[in-house]
Design a protein around this ligand. Structure first.
Ligand code: NAD
Ligand code: UGA
Length: 464
C-alpha cells in the first residue's frame, strides 16, 4: 500500500524533463494540489538541476510555481520504472528531433526516444494506464504506440491519447495557465472517450470547459503540426515581403501593420525578422514534408518546404546585406551580436538564426563578440569548435567596445533602452547597426552617427 495513497487523488508522470515536461508538470501540480506529479528523465544532470535553485530552463514565472510545488506534490526523479508503476496517467514529453541518419535523414522525425519510452512503460506497468502524447509526433504515432503497448496478449490495457502542447517559450507559464485551447484527441470508441474524459477532467481544474477541444486522435496529431506550419508560414511570408520592401523603399513595419488590421488576417506573428528559430518550427514542417512525400503528395510537400527555404534565405540575406553595406569585406572587422537566444525571454538557442549569422561572419573572417542576458552558456556550446575569433561578453556596452557593427539578433527589451550615444563613442567609425528585429529607434541611432540598416525598411546612412 502506498504510504501517501490517501493523500493524493491521482498520480501523474511526465517522462522527459525538458522545456515541455518540466513546466507542464509544474503547472498541473500547481493547479491540482490533490494530484501527485512526478517528472522523470534519463538525464540525471537535468533532474538534479530541476531539484536545485537554478532550473535548467529560464522561463518567466516558472521559478515561482516550481518553488511553490516542489516537494509538496511535484517531484523530479530518475527512477523511471517506479514512476511508471505508480502512475495512472503518463505524459510522454520526450524529444522528437529530426532524424540525422538512414531513411528520411534531415526530414523525418527521429522516433527512437518515444519508442523506447513506450517499451519501458510496457515493461514496468502493473496496472492500466492512460498514455498521453504530449510531444509533437508524426501523424499516426498513436497507432504505433498502441501497437507496442498492447502487444502482450492478455496484458494490461493502455489507452493512448494525443494532447499536443501549444506553449511558446518565453511565455510558457502564461500559455499553460490561460491557453487559447487545450486539445485532446482520442479514439472514437467508448473506451477512448472514457480515457479522454479523465484528461478533460484534469484540465478542467483550471481551463474553462469551452477551451478544451476534443477531436479524433489523428486530427489532434495533425493539428499540432499544422498550427506550427501556419505560424512559421506567416513569419516566412512577412520575411519574404521584407525582401521586396528593401528593393522598393516600402517599409515592412507599415505593410505589416496595414495587412494585420484586416480582421481576417490578424496582427500577430507578422514581425519581420532575421528568420524564425526554435526547436520546433523547422523540424515540424520538415516532418510534414516527409509525410507528404511518403503519401505521394509532392506538390504539397514542396509548398510546405518553401516556408523553411525562405527562412534559410532570410538568414543568409541578412549576412549578405551586412557584407555589402560594409564595403564587401568583413575580414578582421569586429562585429557584435546583440542577443543569441532564438527569441526574447528565453535562454534557449536551439535553431537560433544567430548561430547561422555567427558561423557565416566567422567564415568571412570577421571577429565575433556575442552578448545576451540569458543565453551565453548555450551560445558558447553552439559555437564551440568553430574557427576564428569569438568572445562572449555579458555587458552590452563592453561587448560593443571596439566593434565596427552591431547586429541585433534577439528582440530583448533591454536593447531598446541602452544608451546608444555611449555605445557609439566606444565603436570604430564608420559604425553600423543591422537591426534584424527592427526594435531600435532607427532615427535616433542615425542622428547619433550610426549607419542604420533596418530589416525591410530603407537604410539610414551618412554616406554620400
Ligand atoms: P527537450 O529536449 O527539452 O526535452 C526532452 C527530454 O526528454 C530530455 O531531457 C531527454 O533527456 C528526455 N528523454 C528522451 N528520451 C527519454 C526516455 N526514453 N526516458 C526519459 N527521458 C527521456 O525537448 P522539449 O523542448 O521539451 O520538447 C519535447 C517535445 O515537445 C518535442 O516533441 C517538441 O516538439 C514538443 N514541443 C516543444 C515545445 C517547446 O517550446 N520546446 C512546445 C511545444 C511542443
Ligand atoms: C512555437 C509556437 O508559437 C508554439 O505554439 C509551439 O507550441 C512551439 O513553437 C512548439 O511547438 O515548439 P516557440 O518556437 O517557442 O513557439 O516561439 P514563437 O513565439 O513561435 O517564435 C518562433 C520563432 O519565430 C522565433 O525565432 C521568433 O523570434 C520568430 N518570430 C515570431 C518572428 O520572427 N516573427 C514573428 O512575428 C513571430
Amino acid at each position: 500500500m502506498r504510504q501517501d495513497g490517501m493523500k493524493f487523488e491521482k498520480r501523474i508522470l511526465c517522462i522527459g524533463a525538458g522545456f515541455v515536461g518540466g513546466p507542464t508538470a509544474a503547472m498541473i501540480a500547481c493547479k491540482c494540489p490533490r494530484y501527485r506529479v512526478t517528472v522523470v528523465d534519463t538525464n540525471r544532470e537535468r533532474i538534479a538541476q530541476w531539484n536545485s535553485a537554478t532550473l535548467p530552463v529560464y522561463e518567466p514565472g516558472l521559478d515561482e510555481i516550481v518553488r511553490k510545488t516542489r516537494g509538496r506534490n511535484l517531484f523530479f526523479d530518475t527512477d523511471i520504472p517506479k514512476g511508471i508503476r505508480e502512475s495512472e496517467i503518463i505524459f510522454v514529453c520526450v524529444n522528437t528531433p529530426t532524424k540525422t541518419f538512414g531513411a528520411g535523414a534531415g526530414l523525418a522525425a527521429d522516433l527512437q526516444f518515444w519508442e523506447k519510452t513506450a517499451r519501458q512503460i510496457l515493461e514496468h506497468a502493473r496496472s492500466p494506464k492512460i498514455v498521453v502524447e504530449k510531444s509533437t509526433f508524426p501523424v499516426k504515432t498513436a497507432l504505433a504506440m498502441e501497437r507496442i503497448l498492447n502487444s502482450r496478449t492478455g496484458g494490461i490495457h493502455f489507452d493512448v491519447l494525443s494532447n499536443p502542447e501549444f506553449l511558446a517559450e518565453g511565455t510558457a507559464v502564461r500559455d499553460m495557465e490561460f491557453p487559447d485551447r487545450v486539445l485532446i484527441g482520442s479514439r472514437d470508441t467508448e473506451q477512448g472517450y472514457r480515457a479522454r474524459d479523465v484528461l478533460v477532467a484534469l484540465y478542467a481544474n483550471w481551463v474553462p470547459r469551452e477551451r478544451i477541444i476534443t477531436s479524433n486522435i489523428w486530427s489532434s496529431e495533425l493539428s499540432k503540426l499544422a498550427a506550427n506550419l501556419f505560424l512559421a508560414q506567416r513569419v516566412s511570408t512577412i520575411n519574404a515581403v521584407s525582401a521586396i520592401c528593401e528593393k522598393t523603399e516600402a517599409d515592412v513595419t507599415e505593410v505589416s501593420k496595414i495587412v494585420g488590421m484586416d480582421g481576417r488576417i490578424g496582427a500577430r506573428f507578422l514581425n519581420a525578422s532575421i528568420g524564425f528559430g526554435g526547436s520546433c518550427f523547422r523540424k515540424d514542417i520538415l516532418n510534414l514534408v516527409y509525410l507528404c512525400r511518403h503519401e505521394g503528395l509532392p506538390e504539397v510537400a514542396d509548398y510546405f518546404e518553401a516556408v523553411v527555404r525562405i527562412n534559410e534565405y532570410q538568414k543568409e540575406r541578412f549576412v549578405l546585406n551586412m557584407l555589402e553595406a560594409m564595403f564587401n569585406t568583413l575580414a578582421g572587422k569586429r562585429i557584435c551580436l546583440f542577443g543569441f537566444a532564438f527569441k526574447a525571454d528565453t535562454s534557449d538557442t536551439r535553431e537560433s538564426p544567430a548561430i547561422h549569422v555567427a558561423r557565416r561572419l566567422l567564415e568571412e573572417k570577421a571577429e565575433v563578440v556575442v552578448t545576451d542576458p540569458r543565453a551565453l552558456d548555450n551560445a558558447k556550446a553552439d559555437l564551440r569548435g568553430l574557427d576564428g575569433k569569438i568572445r562572449f561578453v555579458q555587458d552590452p556596452y563592453r561587448a560593443a567596445q571596439g566593434c565596427q557593427a552591431i547586429a541585433v539578433m534577439t528582440e530583448w527589451g533591454l536593447y531598446r533602452g541602452l544608451d546608444y550615444e555611449k555605445i557609439y563613442k566606444r565603436m570604430v567609425r564608420p559604425a553600423f547597426i543591422f537591426d534584424g528585429r527592427n526594435i531600435l529607434d532607427h532615427r535616433r541611432c542615425h542622428a547619433i552617427g550610426f549607419n542604420v540598416y533596418p530589416l525591410g525598411r530603407p537604410a539610414l546612412t551618412h554616406f554620400k
